[in-house]
Design a protein around this ligand. Structure first.
Ligand code: AMP
Length: 192
């Protein structure tokens, strides 16, 4: 079973690349952001709890994310060759929890693929996405800035966490979708 993490700041193209990778390598795409948005849409108890947090560009607490993740991983095991984790883990405790979950299954993270992107490209990409998808957290500049701050503070430390394990790979996320995809596939094909 393969466990790939697609990593990067908001707007790096994690979702777009994950969809392509899931298709090409028969992986189940797990986007915690997408799962949370579905909870909000369905007005579930969890959705109501996280709505304001997400719309302010803050991170949902680690415990809630773990509950969400356990639910979906146990539901989606049929016939796939592994997972592409998109937007998870986003904090060191989440990464440690993931390692524990995988260790219990005799598995480990296969690779972390990091999309490196310039800050001005982040704003351009999010502005573009805001025209196509109705994501409240993409509509407001202060919220986007907040998400970037959260990324630097809480998510970026994961880079050294994964670098130490020798499973961290970087690609230039400023390129086109196709070029990006090719670079990521080259990495996956090499380490397979
Ligand atoms: P995304 O779709 O990955 O950009 O996520 C949208 C929002 O959902 C984030 O800004 C967070 O508020 C929340 N979120 C998604 N994944 C996580 C996670 N792993 N940990 C905490 N919050 C998350």
């Amino acid at each position: 079973m393969k466990y790939y993490i697609i990593f990067g700041p908001p707007g790096a193209g994690k979702g777009t690349q994950s969809v392509l990778l899931a298709e090409k390598y028969s992986l189940t795409h797990i986007s915690t952001g997408e799962l949370l948005r579905k909870e909000i849409e369905s007005k579930s108890e969890l959705g109501l709890k996280v709505k304001a947090i997400i719309e302010n560009g803050r991170l949902v607490d680690d415990e809630t994310i773990l509950v969400l993740l356990n639910k979906v991983v146990s539901e989606s095991l049929n016939g796939n060759k592994g997972y592409i984790l998109d937007g998870y883990p986003r904090t060191i405790p989440q990464a440690e929890a993931l390692d524990r979950i995988l260790e219990a299954k005799g598995q480990k993270v296969s690779a972390v693929i990091s999309l490196e992107i310039d800050e001005e490209v982040i704003f351009q990409r999010i502005a573009l996405r805001a025209q196509m998808e109705e994501r409240k957290d993409d509509m407001d500049r202060a919220t986007i800035e907040n998400r970037i701050v959260q990324y630097h503070k809480k998510t970026e430390p994961l880079i050294s966490y994964y670098k130490e394990s020798g499973r961290y790979f970087q690609v230039d996320g400023n390129k086109s979708i196709d070029d990006n995809f090719k670079d990521i596939c080259d990495i996956i094909d090499k380490i397979k």
